[in-house]
Design a protein around this ligand. Sequence first.
Ligand SMILES: Cc1cc2nc3c(=O)[nH]c(=O)nc-3n(C[C@H](O)[C@H](O)[C@H](O)COP(=O)(O)OP(=O)(O)OC[C@H]3O[C@@H](n4cnc5c(N)ncnc54)[C@H](O)[C@@H]3O)c2cc1C
Length: 317
Amino acid sequence: MSWEITVQDATRFQELFGEQCQVNTPLGRYTSARVGGPAELFVTVTSGMELQTAVELAYACRINYFILGGGSNILVANNGIGGLVIMNKARAVNFRNIGAAVICTVESGMNLSSLARQCIAKGLGGLEWAIGVPGTVGGAVVGNSGAHGGDMHSILRAATIWEPGKGAVIYTADDMKYAYRDSILKREQGRNISRRVVLSAELQLTPESVEVLTARADGFTARRKETQPGGASMGSMFKNPENYYAGYLIEAAGLKGFQIGGASISEKHANFFISDGTATADDIRALIAEAWNTVREKFGIEMELEVELVGEWKFGE
Ligand SMILES: Cc1cc2nc3c(=O)[nH]c(=O)nc-3n(C[C@H](O)[C@H](O)[C@H](O)COP(=O)(O)OP(=O)(O)OC[C@H]3O[C@@H](n4cnc5c(N)ncnc54)[C@H](O)[C@@H]3O)c2cc1C
């Protein structure tokens, strides 16, 4: 499938979204790795309605589209992303009581860590693990983000998902077919199809004392600081293979500190690949290949990427 943008298509987006629509927008500034080329067409949406409108128009115009959340789990090619990139800033949140539980309905562009802080301040437990996890609720619903024993699967009650050709459909947590850093939507990555889009999520929270929740979150933050490096990265590059830690395997393969161009494997945690501010997407991609190949040669284990490579990679890269 290769759906290209015509001048008429771009004009339709510009008429509808005005200044929220730009062409040839550099994406590095919108990603946590701070690398990547431009989006051919770039639209910023600020509500769930706008998100749905943008994706429906792209689908109707037969334009390739990509949803950009916090950009903290993707590596964008130096050549950028062809088609439309929709930057999701739909952030409405509301809370309602259902019996002893509280349901938080949140649009998918809400920052996950900020939401976790709001919940703690309201005395609502369930999302403390997400303090310090960058990115949006939508990215977390897709990737089943998690930390410190918690994850999206354990708190998601339902998600409203836009399906190509169908519109908005409600998915339960079971429908999401969650597994470790995986879901039915994550499995669409890398496929040449129009992908489903998370519009909003309903999270089930439990009232708890603010002091207890704060102490728990502070413990998680301290642990994160102790074990993870700062700097521009995408978090964990590879998923942990069964019975192993990817970071341990990369370290045992002798690659801690290994550097290509401006990208290096962190001395603190070998599953974090850090840019020194000059790295290109190609540097990071080469580092990924080096780590994958060396671990395979030394231990016979084929690691799976947690980060998604997006955009126009040159053949053979
Ligand atoms: C320093 C650091 C620490 C991290 N720590 C953790 C951690 O502890 N645990 C963890 O799980 N992850 C961690 N991550 C990874 C990352 O934060 C999560 O994967 C996060 O949930 C990604 O969300 P995002 O909005 O940034 O997604 P993006 O990177 O913007 O997108 C990721 C994928 O999701 C898709 N997507 C995003 N929003 C939507 C939507 N609304 N509908 C459909 N598809 C969508 C995108 O198209 C893309 O395919 C870390 C990353 C960094 C940089």
